[in-house]
Ligand binder design. Structure first.
Ligand code: KIV
Length: 311
């Protein structure tokens, strides 16, 4: 059995009782997420991009909501995350934060918002916090980001790291490819993870890395790892909410599990609405506002059908 096996529900004598990585009820904070390292129950994170998805995620009890720059692909319909601007991220982060979720709200820093200068990095992260209401930010990359991480922490902005298949590096990687399959790359990732933890990130996403490597990194670093396409041994898991709800069009990666087919449900619902409009079945009398009968009579308007109340 691996060193993480005991965390799995099948090995857990209390399996069945609902357990959470952060005590239920209280607002989830950065220290609470950091303290979840090594707890038996994995952290749960999903993305959200607006008030509706934030309410869904928070009502379901996830601990962390990431306003991801996956926004560019799943909400804005682009081919990559590269064109997402800091203005767009602030706009959508504010929509999520407007719901005052119990979950920790992480604002994702988009491409080029933390690459140019330290001043730029802190100002952009500050916008996510001040204008967007994020409680911390996430940035992609390893040791080359240490200066920026230090500056953000100096500005009291907690940072979540992100290693492995970092989508903002799609051009450098030559596509969306699993990272760390060759020894040198795996060693680089181990070194990056250690450096991020040492620098003070409170958690890190591991995306698109082999499960064995994610297990090694998780054992090595003192902060929670949150996996996506990184196997079962991380301290938490994250999925894009559109993917898990069945709202994604086209290719869905093999690491995604679809828990609903809301896309099909929605097409069916809108189709039935269209049928009702075309047949005249919608709106019904009870779905319409009416004139008071004296006003209707004075205007010569058609009388209310029997049983309809004025409102
Ligand atoms: O932007 C995003 O949604 C992400 C997650 C996939 C981790 O970075």
């Amino acid at each position: 059995m691996s060193s993480y096996g005991s965390r799995h529900p099948l090995d857990d004598p209390h399996a069945g009782a609902k357990q959470t990585a952060v005590p239920e009820g209280a607002k989830v904070t950065v220290p609470a997420v950091r303290a979840a390292k090594g707890t038996r129950t994995p952290l749960v994170m999903t993305t959200a991009y607006d008030a509706a998805t934030a309410r869904i995620a928070d009502s379901a009890g996830v601990e962390v909501i990431l306003v991801g720059d996956s926004l560019g692909m799943v909400v804005l319909g682009r081919d990559s995350t590269l064109g997402v601007s800091i203005d767009e991220m602030v706009h959508h982060t504010a929509a999520v934060a407007s719901q005052r979720p119990r979950a920790l709200v992480v604002g994702d820093m988009p491409f080029l918002s933390y690459h140019v200068s330290i001043e730029d990095t802190v100002r952009n992260a500050g916008r996510l916090v001040v204008e967007g209401g994020a409680e911390c930010v996430k940035i992609e990359g390893g040791r080359k980001r240490l200066r920026m991480i230090g500056a953000l922490l100096d500005a009291e902005i907690p940072v979540m790291g992100h290693l492995g298949l970092t989508p903002q590096s799609v051009n450098a990687m030559g596509g969306f490819r699993v990272q760390g399959k060759v020894r040198k790359q795996a060693e680089e990732l181990l070194a990056d993870a250690a450096a991020l933890a040492e620098a003070g990130v409170f958690a890190m996403v591991l995306e698109g890395v082999p499960a064995e490597l994610a297990e090694l990194i998780t054992a090595d670093v003192g902060v929670p790892t949150i996996g996506i396409g990184a196997g079962p041994h991380c301290d938490g898991q994250v999925l894009v909410i559109h993917d898990l709800l069945g709202l994604t069009d086209g290719h869905v990666p093999k690491f995604v599990r679809c828990y609903a087919d809301l896309g099909a449900l929605a097409v069916d619902a809108v189709g039935r609405y269209a049928d009702d409009v075309r047949s005249g079945a919608f709106p019904a009398a009870d779905e319409s506002y009416r004139l008071p009968s004296d006003v209707a009579a004075a205007l010569g308007a058609s009388p209310m059908p029997a049983g309809t109340t004025e409102n």
